[in-house]
Ligand binder design. Structure first.
Ligand SMILES: [Zn+2]
Length: 481
């Protein structure tokens, strides 16, 4: 454990919480280490190492929550903060018109370590910098590429969670990501293409396996083709969406509306509530029968697969949408009972020691179908193939949306032809997912992680991975962005 006498401090705090008459308390120590190396235009622009540690104590007293946090780890500070959290909880209990109650969870005593081959923090800076410089040099071999950038990122979270129920969980979690970008200029316009690994819970082997230099010339050529591409002609098109693009579409149109605190109206910050209200569960046709959206916080290497959430609930796999029918929510121990569930789905996470855990989107993914990508394309007369993320907007209930993308190709008579630019499609969430008539098989499955999902007040950044295979959507309205 990186925290001196953490168990002793935790037990001291939890004893005080229990003695106060509170029904529940937990303490979470967290030390986060982050390294980001950034390259710009063939040189290393910045190397940032940061470290942050502290602890937070949550108390539930007569149905009211209290939380207190501090970066001072000492045998004096911890009990002081425990008393403060109790006092705040007492205050909340006296004001609350609804008493909070936690659903049961077995007691867990466990340790979770991210499996990895190469610890990213042991790879020499010289080696990482040389990789970024090599790939930027190769990207800029293309004369029309006027800018290049590249980045490596790694984070380690060491955490100890203990509760008054007897749960004790110790974590050593890693996450890694890398990417590079080529920017081309033509006729006064600029366009970029990026080659990125997903953010995954792995070691530096993720970066090595990505073999960035072998992709440099393809990405550079695509940036040039993209900047010279003709603008799209507005109209109705069939869309074939790649896994990375679908990650964002799923995140916004399925992920956020399936957060139960939003659906109940408890959480309305950062783009609002949810159209997936509880009475729709089990009856609402969200998508076509090809659409199976599964939450899986147990899949190895994914961001939300941390073994246990910040309620001390073990990670699980469950259905959000089964054969097109809306069936499930992301929950925590507090909101699960509001829809009659007796156990939390284990999706309560905080982004730092100083943050209160809140309901977070799980690793929601689109289950693979049976088609190949060629099958999906073959049946399209006039369509657009979309890769990656672009601008998007979605309304307060996650109902009406529009999405861009990073790269677009015209599909004519079953074949991807040339690139297009300025494509934006819009729709209504259930109509869009009901227009899905094909999902590619497991060979086409890709995973994309988000580490900046904003929610809460004060704002927190959530982490989750969305997996999908390519999928086809019929007759979608496309405009010129
Ligand atoms: Zn989000």
């Amino acid at each position: 454990m990186p925290f001196m006498r953490a168990d002793e401090m935790a037990e001291l705090a939890l004893r005080r919480v229990a003695a106060s008459g509170a029904e529940y308390g937990d303490i979470r120590f967290l030390k986060s280490t982050i390294q980001t190396i950034t390259g710009e235009d063939r040189r290393i622009a910045s190397i940032r190492d940061s470290e942050d540690s502290g602890f937070g104590i949550r108390v539930l007293y007569h149905g009211g929550w209290g939380f207190a946090a501090s970066s001072v780890l000492s045998l004096e500070e911890v009990p002081r903060l425990a008393d403060l959290a109790v006092e705040i909880a007492r205050g909340s209990a006296s004001l609350a018109n609804e008493k909070m109650r936690l659903v049961d969870e077995p007691v867990h005593r466990d340790g979770v370590v991210t499996p990895h081959r190469i610890d990213p923090f042991t790879v020499p800076l010289d080696q990482k910098s040389a990789l970024l410089c090599e790939v930027m040099d190769q990207v800029q071999l293309q004369p029309e590429v006027v800018r290049s950038s590249a980045r490596l990122w790694a984070r380690r979270d060491r955490k100890l969670f203990m509760s008054t129920e007897g749960t004790r969980l110790e974590f050593d979690l890693l996450a890694v990501q890398g990417e590079f970008t080529a920017t081309a200029r033509y006729d006064g316009r600029f366009a970029s293409r990026t080659c990125a690994t997903p953010h995954l819970r792995m070691g530096y082997e993720l970066i090595e396996a990505a073999k960035f230099p072998t992709h440099a010339s393809r990405i550079a050529s695509q940036a040039v083709e993209k900047v010279k591409a003709p603008a799209v002609r507005p109209g109705q098109y069939d869309l074939v969406l790649d896994p990375e693009h679908l990650a964002l579409t799923m995140h916004e149109s399925c992920g956020h509306p399936s957060e139960l605190d939003r659906a109940l109206g408890y959480e309305a910050n950062y783009a609002g509530t949810s159209f997936l209200t509880p009475e729709k569960r089990g009856t609402f046709r969200y998508g076509s029968p090809q659409v199976n959206l599964v939450a899986d916080n147990t899949e190895p290497e994914t961001l939300a697969a941390t073994g246990y959430d910040d309620d001390g609930v073990s990670c699980q796999r469950w259905d959000i949408v089964r054969e097109g029918l809306f069936v499930g929510y992301c929950t925590n121990r507090e909101v699960a009972s509001k829809i009659g569930e007796t156990r939390s789905r284990g999706s309560n996470r905080a982004d730092s020691w100083g943050s209160v855990p809140i309901v977070r989107i799980a690793n929601i993914g689109l289950e693979p179908g049976s088609a190949s990508l060629d099958d999906l394309l073959a049946d399209v007369k006039r369509g657009i193939y979309i890769e990656g993320h672009g601008s998007y907007s979605i309304d307060q209930r996650r109902y009406n949306f529009q999405f861009g993308g990073d790269a677009f190709w015209l599909i004519e008579n079953g074949k991807r032809t040339h690139m297009l630019r300025d494509v934006i499609y819009h729709g209504i969430t259930p109509e869009f997912w009901n227009s899905c008539d094909g999902v590619a098989d497991r060979r086409h499955r890709g995973r994309y992680g988000f580490i900046t999902c904003g929610k809460g007040q004060p704002g927190q950044s959530g982490w989750m991975t969305h997996a999908a295979s390519h999928a086809r959507f019929r007759r979608v309205a496309v405009i010129k962005g």
